[in-house]
Design a protein around this ligand. Structure first.
Ligand SMILES: Nc1ncnc2c1ncn2[C@@H]1O[C@H](COP(=O)(O)OP(=O)(O)O)[C@@H](O)[C@H]1O
Ligand SMILES: [Mg+2]
Length: 363
């Protein structure tokens, strides 16, 4: 589609390029060195004109191709296709070595072989990548510590507290009561650790979901049985309604139970005694649609957009003391999306909140 343009224009293009453009003749002497090359290598065109290409390469590569430098491409020893972008090492005038991405072309001009290289200094990018790699490693190390070194003792406390409670008949009531508090704290700690692990897995794409055909009633029974006594304890009405035409869904029952517990748990946390929480399941197109609705405090409109961000907690005076770590919603979303469903939240501040999510049907 390009018009035929005068050759001088191309020379100007090359001169303008912020990448280095370097050409050498058959004897590997530098015959073209643009502004980008001057900036990257620190030499002026006048200084390097006629010098061997080796001037631009780290010394350790010199001996390997004395007399037969096939341009930058050979810098790393490996055989490479001409014209393809590849990573090489360059050397600046001050001796500093730097990583670069280059593409090299062999050309025949006026009966002469010419090698032209376009080269981009990628050291800033590489530095950023190195920093990122370090950060990811630090995070993975941290996860290792959290998952093993922190989880094991939390579990030990949990198990031992449970075993003491099991023998509570032999103990005075005030002691048993304190052990119950210890157990509750250990359970909270374990839940938080698991949540932290889950958000990290979400970010690294390692959140495992094994969806299988699951009858809806089985799923809802598993997901809500433990929530009824919780609702009762909060003095909040709780009901689950499943439409007749909703059949088997594709779900990982354990993960969906986790998501529903998070959502209903939120509704119970943010709804005062006397309020109401419901879960409705209905058919909507190819999906089963779940609506978790409460008559609680709601979320101010300007904060609604952030509730799925990790560690985000809406700032509502009444609820401040009930916040968790702000991981429940991002995890729930991760779980639902891993099933191929979607999730969203609507809220009327002061009146209540609705979370809608979908799961695919099994057929
Ligand atoms: N049903 C709800 N009613 C009112 N606010 C809610 C509701 N669900 C979530 N929120 C708000 O969204 C925030 C994030 O929820 P979540 O990720 O589950 O974190 P957490 O429950 O640990 O605080 C909560 O802190 C709360 O401010
Ligand atoms: Mg929560």
């Amino acid at each position: 589609m390009n018009r035929t343009l005068p050759p001088e224009l191309f020379v100007n293009f090359l001169a303008l390029s912020s990448d280095a453009v370097v050409a050498v003749d058959e004897a590997q002497r530098i015959i073209f060195f643009n502004k980008g090359a001057e900036r990257i290598f620190g030499w002026t065109a006048a200084e390097v004109g006629g010098r061997p290409l080796a001037t631009l390469l780290p010394e350790r590569f010199h001996s390997t191709h004395t007399g037969h430098v096939r341009g930058f491409a050979a810098a790393h020893g490996a055989a490479r296709t001409m014209g393809e972008r590849q990573q090489i090492s360059g050397r600046r005038k001050n001796g500093e070595e730097f990583p670069a991405e280059a593409s090299i072309q062999q050309m025949h001009v006026g009966g002469e072989q010419i090698y032209a290289a376009m080269l981009r200094d990628i050291s800033p990018r590489q530095r950023a990548e190195d920093a990122l790699r370090l950060a990811v490693k630090a995070r993975d190390d941290m996860i290792g510590i959290v998952s093993h070194d922190l989880r094991n003792p939390a579990n030990a406390v949990k198990m031992l507290a449970m075993s003491v409670i099991a023998e509570s008949a032999a103990l005075p009531e005030p002691i048993t009561e304190r052990v119950r508090v210890i157990l509750q704290a250990a359970v909270q700690m374990d839940t938080l650790i698991q949540d932290l692990l889950d958000v990290t897995r979400l970010e690294t794409g390692r959140l495992n979901v094994t969806a299988r055909r699951t009858p809806i009633h089985e799923l809802m029974h598993a997901a809500t049985t433990a929530l009824r006594p919780l609702a009762e304890g909060c003095g909040v009405g709780f009901e689950v309604i499943v439409a007749d035409d909703v059949t088997d869904v594709l779900a990982d029952p354990e993960r969906i139970t986790q998501a529903i517990s998070n959502l209903v748990g939120n509704s119970l946390k943010f709804t005062a005694s006397g309020g109401h929480v419901s879960v409705n399941v209905a058919r909507r197109g190819g999906f089963a649609e779940f609506q978790v609705r409460d008559t609680g405090v709601g979320i101010p409109p300007d904060q609604l957009a952030h509730v799925f961000d990790r560690f985000y907690r809406a700032c509502v005076e009444l609820t401040a003391r009930r916040h968790g770590a702000g991981l429940g919603l991002p995890i729930a979303r991760g779980i639902i999306e891993a099933h191929g469903g979607s999730i969203r939240m609507e809220s009327e501040y002061g009146h209540g909140t609705l979370v809608v999510f979908t799961l695919p049907f099994a057929d």
